[in-house]
Design a protein around this ligand. Structure first.
Ligand code: ATP
Ligand code: MG
Length: 300
């Protein structure tokens, strides 16, 4: 079982058409045909969208994404038009709203990995490959890869896992030219992000980008970028290959959910319980810490 514990009712705003409820974000279209993406404070773990929100998470991750977009703009154009809250929308949308150019999205989850873990590790353990790419032997959970790799996946529905595919499969689906552009942009943006994060005490183990084409046929980076929701952030100071790394944001939540205290069995059909206040506080502090480390500015 997986999905939403409580499916949220999207806020209706006059002049905006609600398009989609994602795990974390609500998507609208405004009268100008632009996309309005509003990040909520929802969080997910073990394929469930939890019934408890983490205050400020939506604003922190939106600000992080915007911070990155600015620093990546010389590598690839992005979809952000403004951060203006549409007229008539709740005031609390401020700081977590992005008005974006609607793009013709490429239906590929563009994953870059600089470290081995997760689904990459599983494939490696079986075939010594990730998405069909051969890797050196002797790597363990958390190992840094000799060079970052492009490991695309096809998008799955809420509650299901994306499926890793080979580069050749992507080329077959979207054409060789687009596949080449996706790989090039993915690796360039990831490498920049990894290097900048590393200087700030964060290991950006892997990440997922989404790209689309604008009317001129230019490849544009869309969605959110280099946030803990789209990436694995590991604190550098406790990185130790050979075990699963504590993640910057979700570890506190995962640890509590799998502890006796939660009373929850994640392999059962039962939805996860609500998080206690101290777990929420600690998780929130981790998001704030990641934001502050990364940007070097304090979270007001
Ligand atoms: P989840 O991320 O929770 O698995 P999701 O990807 O369906 O689900 P969101 O990430 O909340 O939902 O919604 C963002 C949606 O908008 C995605 O489908 C994404 O591909 C799409 N999207 C993002 N940026 C653009 C854009 N500039 N133009 C068109 N579609 C976009
Ligand atoms: Mg998404």
């Amino acid at each position: 079982m997986s999905g939403f514990v409580d499916k949220p009712e999207p806020v209706q705003v006059p002049g905006l058409v609600h398009l989609h409820t994602g795990k974390v974000r609500e998507l609208y279209q405004n009268a100008a045909g632009e996309l309005v993406m509003v990040a909520s404070d929802r969080t997910s773990a073990f394929d469930w969208v939890l019934p408890t929100e983490i205050p400020d998470k939506g604003r922190i991750l939106t600000q992080m994404s915007l911070w990155w977009f600015e620093r990546l703009a010389d590598l690839v154009p992005n979809h952000v038009i403004s951060t203006e809250v549409p007229e008539g929308a709740p005031a609390d949308w401020a700081g977590r709203t992005m008005v974006c150019r609607p793009l013709r999205m490429v239906p590929v989850e563009c994953v870059a990995r600089g470290y081995l873990t997760g689904s990459g590790l599983l494939e490696y353990q079986e075939h010594q490959t990730v998405c069909g790419l051969a890797l050196p032997e002797g790597l363990v959970d958390g190992s840094e890869l000799p060079a970052a790799i492009f490991t695309p996946a096809t998008k799955a529905a809420v509650g299901e896992h994306d499926e890793n595919v080979s580069y050749e499969e992507v080329a077959r689906q979207v054409g060789a030219e687009t596949a080449t552009q996706l790989r090039q942009a993915t690796l360039a943006v990831y490498s920049r992000g990894r290097d900048m994060a590393r200087e700030r005490g964060i290991i950006l183990a892997d990440t997922k980008f989404e790209f689309g084409y604008d009317d001129d046929g230019t490849l544009v980076i869309a969605d959110e970028v280099l946030t803990p929701d789209s990436s694995r952030f590991w604190p550098s100071d406790v990185w130790q290959p050979g075990r699963s790394q504590p993640s910057f944001d979700k570890q506190i939540i995962r640890d509590w959910l799998t502890s006796g205290a939660s009373g929850w069995d994640r392999h059962s059909e039962q939805p996860p319980p609500r998080l206690p206040a101290d777990v929420v506080d600690r998780a929130r502090s981790r998001y704030v810490e990641a934001y502050e480390l990364l940007t070097g500015t304090s979270w007001q």
